[in-house]
Ligand binder design. Structure first.
Ligand SMILES: Nc1ncnc2c1ncn2[C@@H]1O[C@H](COP(=O)(O)OP(=O)(O)O)[C@@H](O)[C@H]1O
Ligand SMILES: O=C(OP(=O)(O)O)[C@H](O)COP(=O)(O)O
Length: 408
């Protein structure tokens, strides 16, 4: 039996409220197309083709960050993938949103404004508290059913993810079904040889807690990105703090330094840190410095250095399984793509079992001409997929599971 009720089980002619994850890199104010649009398009197309009236919710960025924007540009990118018009209303649950929802005809699709522009979406709270927000209590009566397709946000206890399933009959979309099946199977897989996890990106808080919980599953962690610098700081190097105008390190250091220090102390032999780092030199070119030679952080480190890339390449080629969560550098800029692309190329050239996760990181595969077929699974989820590897349930998924479903 399927773990969830799916969109195959929807009553005919339903008014459907759907949660997608369209969170994407923003460049010059515009969302950059990534795998999330393409994969969610299948769910949206099936719902519209079946004649349902479809309203979509999604988030973009976090309040206070540069990538916290309206979803107005997302509607057009999604429409291209769906092959149908996707209307947009710049409102979450006010009068304009309600009027646009009421006006939906069979087979029409409407994208609502960034859920995080609604004060009640964040912060995290229990499903019962989130179901009791005005946001959920206002929107839910306009719909017959709720569909969650946002596997990649299922580790968050936000109103659009855990509130609506208490207020409406809840179903899984196609991305939710396929990512859940793949990641649950991967979490149960046993490997004979070394299991390696490449940890980078900006969301160090998401990965550090999980690294602690994955102690039995993963033999070695190859660090880069923001988490890598925090580990270097814990190891005594004068890096891993914000420079003026930055907001990546200090808050995450405060939250995680105890765990980082404990991981280094208890599992130090499993942690591989960068021995050199790359930054933008005075002439605008890529410059590198040995970590041992850094007396003071005066530049932003944007990639791991070439000695580190060579070290990680060797370790990956010795591995039986490699999991990637987060980029080792700012790969969107070719000058700082060596770490991320080096790791992906090493994986692609070996026959190890491999998973690459994250909305941003999985984009590097297409950007640098790598073939998705050379990876065992490319997940559009980052934090959610590594959390799933620990076997820990994801809150939004627990609320979708059929009461009589078996399995994990
Ligand atoms: N040293 C760094 N400084 C700033 N940003 C970085 C650094 N290393 C990696 N990144 C950025 O991390 C992003 C991916 O971060 P994250 O959101 O954690 O991963 P994902 O979305 O793939 O799960 C990439 O877009 C990359 O530009
Ligand atoms: O992009 C996401 O996660 P990911 O970076 O772990 O892939 C999700 O949209 C969750 O976003 P959030 O980490 O701001 O809650």
């Amino acid at each position: 039996m399927s773990t969830f009720q799916t969109i195959d089980d929807l009553p005919a002619d339903s008014r459907v409220l759907v949660r997608l994850d369209l969170n994407s890199p923003i460049e010059d104010g515009e969302p950059q197309d990534n795998r999330r649009f393409e994969r969610h398009a299948r769910t949206v197309r099936e719902l519209a083709d079946a004649g349902h009236r479809v309203a979509l919710m999604a988030h973009q960025g976090r309040p206070g960050r540069d990538d916290f924007t309206s979803l107005s540009g997302h509607a057009a990118v999604l429409a291209d993938h769906v092959g149908r018009e996707v209307d947009f209303v710049a409102d979450t649950y006010g009068e304009d949103a309600l009027a646009a929802i009421e006006a939906l005809e069979a087979g029409e699709v409407l994208l609502l404004e960034n859920t995080r522009m609604c004060d009640e979406e964040l912060p995290e709270a229990s499903p019962a508290e989130k179901a009791d927000t005005e946001f959920v209590r206002t929107l839910a009566p306009l719909f017959d059913v709720y569909v969650n397709d946002a596997y990649s946000a299922a580790h968050r206890k936000h109103a659009s993810l855990v509130g609506f399933p208490l207020a409406l009959p809840a179903y899984a979309g196609r991305v939710m079904e396929s990512e859940y099946e793949a990641n649950t199977a991967i979490a149960r897989k046993e490997f004979d040889g070394p299991v390696t996890m490449v940890v980078g990106g900006t969301k160090a808080t998401d990965v550090i807690g999980v690294m602690d919980a994955l102690g039995d599953r993963v033999d070695r962690f190859l660090l880069g990105g923001v988490a890598g610098e925090l580990f270097l700081r814990a190891a005594g190097h004068p890096v891993g703090h914000d420079l003026e105008g930055m907001d990546l390190f200090d808050e995450q250091w405060e939250r995680n330094h105890g765990t980082v220090e404990a991981i280094l102390e208890e599992r130090g032999e499993a942690i591989r840190l960068a021995s050199d780092l790359a930054y933008e030199g005075e002439d605008g070119d890529r410059a590198e410095v040995l970590v041992a030679d850094i007396d003071e952080k005066t530049d932003a480190y944007l990639d791991v250095g070439s000695a580190t890339v060579a070290d990680y390449d060797t370790l990956i080629r010795e591995s039986d399984a490699v999991f990637v969560k987060g980029a080792l550098g700012v790969f969107e800029d070719e000058r700082f793509a060596d770490g991320t692309v080096g790791v992906l190329e090493a994986i692609a050239e070996t026959d190890c079992f491999s998973v690459v996760g994250g909305g941003d990181t999985s984009r590097a595969i297409g950007m640098y001409g790598l073939d998705e077929a050379d990876f065992s699974h490319v997940s559009i989820a980052g934090g959610a997929y590594i959390r799933a590897l620990t076997g820990e349930p994801l809150p939004a998924i627990e609320l979708l599971r059929r009461a009589d479903a078996d399995g994990a």
